[in-house]
Design a binder for this molecule. Structure first.
Ligand SMILES: Cc1cc2nc3c(=O)[nH]c(=O)nc-3n(C[C@H](O)[C@H](O)[C@H](O)COP(=O)(O)OP(=O)(O)OC[C@H]3O[C@@H](n4cnc5c(N)ncnc54)[C@H](O)[C@@H]3O)c2cc1C
Length: 275
């Protein structure tokens, strides 16, 4: 059991666990932010999420002015979702996370690698294990290739991260998409998880799509744009306001809806603004 204070930098924790041969967090390398935020949206990447290792979360309940601990089960985790997120109103959480307790495996091998791109990079089958430090290295390399690891001179990494969640839709809706549209198990009966990045690209928004003018005319480049490395990441090319980012996001969301009839939902919490 590893108990971590909420303010602990997340990636430092992942590095520490890998170095000390605790397994379970390695695929979550390179995600910016604090440990206390990870249960809120059930932080996840590369086939792994924190609900797989969180045992308990200790919180301060602002509603009753008392300490309240939740077990994993009580947090009712979902895809980028938990009770903590559902009880947050306009960015103000009812439960302030104080500490998170993870139950990790002992040993240098990773948890089974569940993500095909990562398995390919490691040269293993999906479902096989690899050395956890190799998993961390490959995840950081894959993330850097998509501009998802901060590199100060590179505007592709001045990023909100993935701006839209991967939509989970009824199987009948997924069936209407072209054959080559990626489809993943959603964990819910009769529902399929789609790739938001694929939908964006195939709705006509290429990497680097952005706004050039104050009048909202769409063009490549400009103050805000999709990353030139990854269509799902929205980036500030320098001097963009939240309204510039939202203008790009709105065009992308509406274009995907027009093309495929699927409405993308933003992953970041929007405070005092909306799409
Ligand atoms: C480049 C980039 C890549 C990213 N990649 C991923 C990814 O692969 N997977 C993923 O899941 N996310 C990803 N994210 C999103 C982000 O890293 C996570 O949401 C992270 O948990 C945010 O941590 P933070 O400390 O900055 O929290 P904030 O952004 O400050 O807050 C996020 C939410 O958590 C709440 N919160 C934060 N701390 C606490 C606390 N102690 N108690 C109660 N509520 C709290 C806030 O109220 C808010 O609702 C990415 C973001 C960026 C910019």
């Amino acid at each position: 059991m590893v108990r971590v204070q909420a303010g602990q930098d997340w990636d430092e924790l992942v590095r520490y666990t890998v170095m000390h041969a605790f397994s379970g967090l390695e695929a979550l390398s390179g995600i910016p932010g604090s440990t206390g935020a990870t249960p809120v949206q059930n932080v996840g990447a590369y086939g792994s999420d924190v609900s797989q290792t969180i045992a308990t979360v200790r919180t301060y309940d602002r509603g009753t002015d008392s300490i309240k601990s939740f077990t994993n089960f009580e947090l009712t985790f979902g895809y980028r979702d938990s009770l903590l997120k559902r009880s947050t109103v306009n960015g103000s959480p009812r439960y302030v996370v104080l500490a998170v307790e993870f139950q990790l495996g002992l040993g240098r091998m990773s948890k089974p690698v569940r993500y095909a791109e990562l398995a390919r990079a490691l040269g293993v089958e999906v479902g096989a294990r690899a050395y956890a430090n190799d998993v961390r290295r490959e995840v950081l390399r894959l993330r850097a290739g998509k501009g998802m690891v901060l590199d100060a001179p590179d505007p592709d990494t001045w990023s909100t991260g993935s701006f839209f969640t991967n939509p989970i839709v009824p199987s009948a809706v997924a069936d209407r998409l072209p054959q080559d549209a990626p489809r993943y198990p959603s964990g819910e009966e009769g529902r399929v998880k789609l790739s938001a990045a694929w939908l964006i690209e195939h709705a006509g928004f290429a990497k680097g799509f952005g706004l050039a003018d104050d009048d909202g005319r769409a063009a490549a480049g400009g103050r805000a744009s999709l990353s030139t490395k990854h269509t799902l990441a929205l980036t500030n090319r320098g001097g963009a306001a939240a309204s510039d980012l939202l203008a790009v996001a709105r065009l992308v969301r509406d274009g995907v809806e027009r093309t495929f009839g699927i409405r993308l939902e933003p992953e970041p919490l929007l405070i005092n603004c909306s799409l």
